[in-house]
Structures are given as structure tokens and as C-alpha cells.
Design a protein around this ligand. Sequence first.
Ligand SMILES: [Mg+2]
Length: 386
Amino acid sequence: MKIAKVEAYWLSCPIPPAKQHRSDYGLLTDFDMTLVVVTLEDGRQGFGEGKAAVGSSGACSSIVTCVEKELAPTLIGMDARNINEIWERLYNGTRDHYALKRGRVFPILGNRGIHIAAMSGVDMALWDLLGKDLNVPIVQLLGGAMRPKMEAYASGGWQDAEGIGEQLRSYTDKGFKAVKMRVGVMDDTVANSVARVKAARFALGPDIKIMADAHGTFSVPEAKQFCRGVEDSNLYWFEEPISPDNKQGTAEVRKSTCTPIAAGESEFTRFNIRELIDHRAVDVIQPDCAIIGGITEAMRVAGLAAAYQLELAPHCWGSAFSFMAGVAVAFASPSAAIIEFSSGGNPMMYDLVNEKITAEEGMMVAPTRPGLGVTPDWDFVKEYRQ
Ligand SMILES: [Mg+2]
């Protein structure tokens, strides 16, 4: 399974006006993603995604360059099945032989950021290839699914206090029993965020799980005020209360409340996640397979979650490729209980691939198709390639 070619495409697709939403990232009119394609000498292809942004849109030219100009030269000629070795070689650069001989890392300067996101896309594509070669889904390669089905939560919720109930009910009407809404600076005041959560709880009743995501935008005092304000609303978790650059602050917020704190989607590698854990900052860890370092690194994070008895909830807001990678990791991990299901306008989840992704009655079934189980619609790729 010799690697012959490694390519990356920046795709940008407009979101229909009726499905657009406004958050702290502004009005999102386009959805961007980077599709990584690893081609073997015999022509077989594996697909992955590397992320340049956690929101729906963002410029992806640097990640494309990183994949094609920096990673590809190392990858060409390597056996695509040697996923662990490839990870170490890309992470350690010219000192890779020290890393492999001495059993510790000698990282390049790009040990965080775009380089790791680009590696994530490659890693995902290698797992996809291996699964297809052996004709099994990736979850089988990871040791098999822990459970036949998993609860999915509908991720959305941008409306104001007046409209949030109706918006979230549009998700529960589809069978979801768990929903996530956005809060934080987009509401202008903490009081508005609290009022929106209370309106959501009032509209949904006591039995629906509600999560709130501040996208890291509150200050520490604001996050504490928010937690106090929503104490009676029984949030399943409060996500990224404050900036990922302030892990001590996140720990301070966690200490002030009994609402579980979630974070991790903006973190690169297990080393960043270890810092979150060291600070006792989180109850729920949310690695994104297209950011953290691929499926390989997400499984190492899953190991940390299991060791520290924290919940693992892979961040799955992105294209169908990173979604299916997150689904594989979640199904394979004993620490995962719920899966994020993108409920905004997301052409990369529903139009980019030939296969249909569904949650029946709010449940995801364990993947059965070989590899990631999704393949690009090349007409879509051609149309929206930048
Ligand atoms: Mg989030």
C-alpha cells in the first residue's frame, strides 16, 4: 500500500440564506473545509479532513500548502498501513529517528496549530485506506464498537430568548432528546444568555438534555455568573466557558459550579489535553479529529479520558469526514456517551458526500461501511474548490 500522491482541496460552499445563522463568529454565509486525499500506487484513495477553523468558515490555503508541500514529500513511497510510524515521522521531522529510538518526542516547531491540523487530515485518510483495504469500518480497527447505538445531540441553537424554544423544538421534533445551544458574548450580556437558557428549559421541559456552548467568549467572572444563573436549568454541560488560552481560568470556573465543564475542540495533541486535565479544568473532553492530530491522537486522548474518568465527547462540527472519524472514536471509547450532530446549514455534512448521514430518533447506529464510510461527490468538489 505504497503512497503515490497526497493532495488537499480547500472547498467553500455557500449556505442558503434560510439556513444561515449569526454567532460570535458573525453571520456565517459559507462553509469551508479542507479535503485531504491520499492516493496509493494502485489508485485506491483515502479521504480525511484537516481544520483551519473551529467555526463553519475560515481560510484554508495554509493547510492545503502544508499538506502538499510539507507533509507529502515525507509520505510519498511510505506504506500507508504504518499509521503510527507516519504520525511520529511527521511530528518529529528530521529528528524522527531519535523519537523512534528513544521513545519520546523531538517535535518540530509546528507541534501545535495548522501543521497538526494538516497531519490530522492525513491520519484520517490513512485510517480510511486501512479500513477499506480490510473491508471493515474504522471502529473495528479500533477494537470494535462498545455499543450498537449511541445518543446524538442536535447542535445548533442561536435564536434569542423569544425564538430559542421553537428552534430547539425543531430538533426534538426530529427525535433528538439532547440539544446544544450557543451562548456568550453574542448575547451581549450574561443576563441575556441566562434568559435564553431558561427559555430553552421552559420550552423543552425537564427531560431533554441541554448543553450550552460559549465558544470560549466569557471572562472568568462572566462564566461564573452564567453558571450561577442557570443552576436550576440542569445543563448537561457548559462548553468552552472562556478562552482555551486560559486553562487556569477554566479550572476556576469549574470549581465555582456543579455544572459539568466541557472543552477541548480547539486543542492540538494529547499534550494540550493533558494540560486541561492537569489543571482540573474539565469534566468532558472534546477532541476534534480534524484538529487534535487525527484518529490516532484522538484515541490517545480517549485513553486519558478513560484513565481520569472524564467523559469523552468528540467535537463533530465539520464535514462528513471529520464527523465519521469522531463517530468511530466515540463508538470505540468506553468514556463516550453522546455524539454531536450538526443541525445548522452544513453542506459539507450533507451534500459533499455520496452517502446519507442520519440519526434515527436521535440515535446513531455504529458504522458498518468500510473505512470512514463516506466518499466525496466529485462534482461537488469541482464546483466548490477554491
Ligand atoms: Mg463548541
